[in-house]
Design a protein around this ligand. Structure first.
Ligand code: ZN
Length: 180
């Protein structure tokens, strides 16, 4: 089994993959207390004080600061507005040939490197591997999860956030800026 597959399974067993955990809580009718406790535990585990609005991965969080909503790593490194795919600001290690792919896949599990590449997204602050994706060559980074924070806090938790932000994927705007 590929190393990162095993890691994913371990995370599932530990129940720490954040989004499935939150979805699970949302299924149990208005279980806001469980969500609050979950956030409380996460908050205790990070070395900084900004309020966690929602976890994205075991190491990445959307935090609130002065009306902005920012993606922040456990180590403190920030990736900017949560509506822009944070992967664009990460370090990326690409495995796209047999030699590099054979380090994470064994034998017949290995995808065809002429079609598929494995991208590892690394935090520039602490070097932690934040996410791994196996995708067709050349396709843009997958924007895994853009949560509608205002709806989530207002409709589900019943306590709207003090500010609102337009719910929109801003990734194309950043890419357009790069092209300009
Ligand atoms: Zn980091």
């Amino acid at each position: 089994m590929a190393e990162f597959h095993k890691a994913d399974v371990e995370k599932l067993i530990d129940g720490v993959l954040p989004w499935p955990a939150v979805q699970d809580m949302m299924k149990s009718a208005k279980d806001t207390d469980r969500f609050d406790k979950y956030i409380e535990i996460l908050q205790e585990r990070v070395p900084w004080d900004e309020q966690i609005l929602l976890p994205l991965t075991p190491s990445l969080f959307i935090i609130a600061r002065h009306g902005a909503r920012v993606v922040k790593c456990r180590c403190g490194h920030e990736f900017g507005d949560y509506r822009v795919n944070w992967k664009l600001s990460a370090l990326i290690h690409v495995r796209d040939d047999e030699e590099s792919l054979s380090k994470v896949y064994k034998g017949r599990e290995m995808p065809d490197p002429t079609w598929v590449q494995v991208r590892e997204y690394i935090c520039p602050g602490c070097g932690a591997q934040l996410e791994v994706e196996a995708v067709p060559r050349g396709c843009p980074p997958d924007f895994d999860f853009l949560p509608d924070l205002d709806t989530f806090y207002r409709e589900w938790l019943g306590r709207p956030l003090p500010d609102t932000a337009q719910f929109k994927d801003l990734t194309p705007d950043l890419v357009a800026e790069w092209r300009a």
